[in-house]
Ligand binder design. Structure first.
Ligand code: NAD
Length: 422
């Protein structure tokens, strides 16, 4: 099968590379020419473990190529995947400008029958809208069917998840087109659920919002545990042993961030308001997530008796979670911004993220290593739980030897998040 992927971000690039790996002929299209030049040279513009090697192998074997030219990308493709961003608007709704533009690009260039697959996370009804845009602009003798195939990969585990995910969702109104999309995944041994397009779109939002609720729930339980002297790690273990609950997503800490949960929960809330349906559980989870970051900031400030002026704060971890370079909606941004605006001096270290553009006015000193980052610090904030902070008990020994207070935002070392290990 000849596949075209529109968008070479975290989803499009991994999807395209894996499709090439399992034998399809893949062309990835992006409007960002710098990205395309980098990709053509075999380098990934994103940090995703294992991706570089797969990328290079498939470029060399001729199954994977990159272009910024739409006519070239669409010329003889059988299936076109849309994997462009759907960021958040001011009012919480999903911004569909990139989707709209991708649909128009397809309509402008397509001269033959084609199946269009929407992989981006989109509000219910968007697949219908994409099909309408394309059909309205092409001649009536060209057959186009749109299939929904939302993506569930986790950044940092994207290759593994694409090859070994829990499910592949295919929502199609035209059965034969759904069959073609299903056949693309033949060599990937993941259970497939076939459904209609609107249900497929909703499965994605409902799943992300459910996980966000689970995180906010355990964080609120954790806050109460802290007051009452219960150990949240044991509580989560005990809860997680119940198969109906499960242990995953019960790690208390700073809450969720990243490019999906924050925007998808807000988009679901927006969609429900628009349809006069209560989504109060998800809205409470969003609020709890915001509060969780503020509670952490308050703890740091309270530790210094309300005055962090000139206090040297070492922030360990900038990415929104380990094993990715994605800083969209990362807790590190809110925490650093708040502390700097209160007068603290921040040094930060992340194994992969070397600076964050939105923090340009914050005078953050980006350290070359974790050791340099914590030198002379008055407090250490563990914000992202990268493995390297725990190798050979590095972090535990730093706070023990230097007697520095640790604010353990990921609940990795301490029962009570804030204490000097001794
Ligand atoms: P991204 O922002 O990393 O990448 C999007 C890419 O699309 C960019 O490179 C951009 O230049 C390109 N693009 C935009 N318009 C284009 C056009 N008309 N033609 C060609 N290229 C175009 O986005 P992402 O994180 O990969 O997410 C993509 C979608 O997948 C979103 O809807 C997101 O919610 C969803 N999703 C993301 C993840 C994740 O972990 N990142 C997981 C599941 C689902």
């Amino acid at each position: 099968m000849k596949i075209t992927i529109i968008g070479t971000g975290y989803v499009g690039l991994v999807t395209g590379t894996i499709f090439a790996e399992v034998g399809h002929d893949v062309t990835c299209l992006d409007i960002n020419e710098d990205k395309i030049i980098l990709l053509q040279s075999g380098k990934s513009p994103i940090y995703e473990p294992g991706l570089d090697m797969l990328l290079q192998n498939n470029i060399v074997n001729g199954r994977l190529c990159f272009t910024s030219q739409a006519d070239e990308a669409f010329a003889d493709s059988d299936v076109i995947f849309i994997a462009v961003g759907t960021p958040q608007e001011e009012d919480g709704s999903a911004n569909l400008n990139y989707i709209h533009k991708a649909a128009e690009d397809i309509a402008r260039h397509i001269k033959h029958n084609v199946i269009v697959v929407v992989k981006s996370t989109v509000p219910v009804g968007t697949n219908d809208y994409v099909e309408k845009i394309i059909r309205n602009h092409i001649s009536s003798d060209i057959e186009v069917h749109v299939v929904s195939n939302p993506e569930f990969l986790r950044e940092g585990h994207a290759i593994h998840d694409t090859m070994n995910g829990d499910r592949i969702i295919i929502g199609a109104e035209h059965k034969a087109s759904g069959d073609v999309v299903e056949a693309l995944y033949e060599k990937i041994n993941v259970p497939i659920l076939r459904t209609d397009r609107r249900s497929a779109e909703m499965i994605k939002y409902a799943s992300n919002a459910f996980l966000a609720v689970k995180i906010s729930y355990i964080n609120q339980i954790s806050n109460l545990c802290e007051k009452l002297g219960a150990d949240i790690a044991s509580v989560a273990d005990g809860m997680g042993m119940d198969k109906r609950i499960g242990r995953a997503f019960l790690n208390a800490g700073l809450g969720y961030g990243g490019s999906c949960f924050p925007k998808d929960t807000r988009a679901l809330s927006y969609l429900s308001k628009k349809n006069n349906v209560s989504m109060s559980i998800v809205e409470a989870a969003i609020e709890a997530n915001t509060t969780q970051r503020q509670l952490f900031i308050n703890k740091v400030v309270d530790h210094f008796n309300g005055n962090v002026t000139d206090k040297r704060v070492a922030v360990l971890g900038l990415a929104f979670k380990p094993n990715t370079d994605d800083v969209r909606e990362a807790p590190s941004i809110d925490i650093i911004t708040a502390l700097v605006s209160s007068g603290a001096k921040v040094s930060a270290y992340d194994p992969v993220v070397k600076n964050i553009q939105v923090l340009d006015d914050c005078n953050v000193v980006y350290a070359q290593s974790k050791e340099i980052c914590v030198e002379n610090a008055d407090a250490i904030l563990l914000v992202t739980e990268w493995d390297e902070f725990f190798e050979n008990e590095w972090l535990a020994s730093v706070i023990q030897n230097k007697q520095i207070v640790l604010f353990d935002g990921r609940n990795m070392l301490n029962k009570n998040k804030e204490e000097i290990l001794s």
